[in-house]
Design a protein around this ligand. Structure first.
Ligand code: CDP
Length: 240
């Protein structure tokens, strides 16, 4: 059976993307990025001196990421405050962003990246990374390249780009039981070197299918980076 996407998208088609830079005036850098109904806003503060002093690294700057899903962002109210999930996503987000930032340029300092998901419909960590990368560039932080993130899914035999929640929850009936049948693989790529800075796997995938997923992720990321760059260019033009 050929898999049909619930919103009739092609397998390599992402949801509608919205990308905007400079949305929070008080922040040093800020951005919004959405994949369809998954919407992330990001505020960046820094580089600024890190206190308490014993946390300072005399060699380089500390990058701190805080991912949070707003209580009102999901169908069933999410309990406010950090969770194991948000701690994990904050950690992988920081690791996805670190390779592009010149952290040695700001010894003893900190850059704080606050990622808030105001509406969630899967792939929120990817939307958050895309917005964070734009917000860091907007803050004027020296970066070698941008970071671009997208989730690739395997549903039945289909390899698809940018999973929505309904697709993540896709099930099949096996031996009379409903079974989860979607695999979700969030990726992040560095925009120029095309190196992978995030790859996670929720589900199962064969080696050959993983290669197909990486290929689709690369192709899709190229489209995303163009959108990120356009948004950054627009804010630069508006300033002049
Ligand atoms: O959002 P992402 O795909 O990066 O992470 P996930 O942990 O795989 O979560 C998938 C989706 O589940 C989220 O985007 C939300 O739509 C939903 N979710 C939820 O409804 N309530 C939560 N407490 C956490 C996630």
């Amino acid at each position: 059976m050929t898999y049909k996407r619930p919103d009739k998208r092609e397998y390599d088609e992402m949801r509608k993307i919205e990308a905007k830079v400079g949305i929070i005036k008080r922040a040093d850098g800020s951005a919004l990025f959405s994949f369809g109904n998954s919407k992330a806003i990001v505020a960046v503060y820094g580089p600024r001196k890190l206190y308490p002093q014993h946390l300072q690294n005399p060699q380089k700057c500390l990058l701190r990421c805080y991912y949070d899903l707003a209580s009102f962002s999901v169908a069933e109210r999410k309990r406010p405050g950090p969770s194991r999930r948000s701690t994990e996503i904050s950690y992988v987000t920081a690791n996805a962003l670190k390779p592009v930032i010149d952290l040695e340029a700001f010894p003893g300092s900190v850059i704080d990246v606050y990622i808030l998901i105001i509406q969630a419909d899967a792939s929120t960590r990817c939307a958050g990374i895309n917005a964070a990368s734009m917000a860091l560039a907007h803050a004027g932080i020296p970066m070698k390249e941008l970071v671009t993130s997208v989730s690739i899914g395997k549903i039945g035999d289909a390899i698809v780009a940018d999973l929505a929640k309904e697709e993540e929850d896709y099930t099949i009936k096996k031996d009379g039981k409903e079974m989860k049948a979607a695999t979700d693989i969030p990726f992040a790529f560095l925009s120029r070197s095309e190196k992978i800075s995030l790859m996670q796997l929720d589900g199962k995938i064969s080696y050959d299918d993983l290669k197909k997923a990486i290929k689709l992720a690369r192709k899709t990321s190229k489209k995303i980076v163009e959108i990120q760059e356009q948004a950054l260019k627009k804010v630069k033009e508006d300033k002049t």
